[in-house]
Design a binder for this molecule. Sequence first.
Ligand SMILES: *Cc1c(COP(=O)(O)O)cnc(C)c1O
Length: 392
Amino acid sequence: MSELRSRIAASPLRLPTSLPALPRIDDLVAALRPEAPLTCLRPAEIGRSASDFVAGFPGDVMYAVKCNPEPTVLQALWAGGVRHFDCASLPEIALVSGLLPGAHIHFMHPVKARHAIAEAYAVHGVRDMVLDTAGELGKILQETGHARDLGLIVRIALPAGPARCDLSGKFGAWPDDAVRLLRAARPHCARLGVSFHVGSQCLDPLAWRRAIETAGRVIRASGVKVEVLDVGGGFPVAYPGQVPPPLGAFFAEIEAAVDALDMPGLRLWAEPGRALAASGTSVVVQVQGRRGGVLYINDGVFGSLSDAGPPGFRYPARLVRGSDAAERPFSFFGPTCDSADVMKGPFLLPDDVGEGDWLEIGQLGAYGACLRTAFNGFGSGEAVQVRDATLI
Ligand SMILES: *Cc1c(COP(=O)(O)O)cnc(C)c1O
């Protein structure tokens, strides 16, 4: 199964000359009648999300590349003022450094391959690296030849919090270990930091306050000077049934919590992924069959809708042809023969939707097309830039 499930990305679409360079989704569907999922990118919206975040966050904004590595997206973020990129692998680092030569790249995976550490440092000029064990500190020091210009960031663990996607189990040092790591790393680096991740799609600003307080206690207990506090990602966006407080409420809580630490000169970083990328992409899918309240569509949990599967995310959906019929809830089946390829939703659509119709599914710019697989022969698809407003 593994070769069938290899990840593939959408390829850029060559537009027919009858369409403007930045078409509307409705015109695209009329002209192309696409029978494979069509990824629709809104560079202007991505740029706006980026400039809002950069203007509001009281520190450096680092985009978490895994969330959506489309070159168009990375360029739109750059145009919106993002200059720092959080990468987790050598291919991500090579992608960003090739595409955006002035970018500051940070290697934020706590458990890295040795060759990736060496190449990131020597070839791509990466200086900041995260760690959560003494073993990883040893690897970084060895593979960089005990470089004197490293930024070493100790990732601390957090108990499971209110976030929609809990990330507490996999990475991070608990306080006593984090204290030891800060002391061990201090003599080897040009700058020392502490990072955490409250979990993805976290709707509660207080989660950051509690994490910042934990980080503050670890820093004080270590007795060493720390220059950077990285408050991670997790900043939420709107989905049907989930309306987060405005981003400003999160920034205000973070600023107040950091002020209360009373550590002058502490520089703040954030690593947003979802908050910068989600609203910038819709996927246009086609309905291939209907059974009552279930629509069989040509994209699914092995495609760009994996978070609509077991994680249970709901996305805004729109019937492209429009209809006056009353809306009702639908669930979706994806195109593969796997019974796990089901998306409960509910997705609200006009009751007369049926075979052959096209749907726009919105807010899919984060953890969407980048998770697409070729399982069961599905997964091909093209990407195009559009000018439409977002669905939410
Ligand atoms: C995935 C990830 C992010 C981005 O998280 P969002 O919830 O998309 O903001 C940031 N930092 C790290 C270390 C991550 O693994």
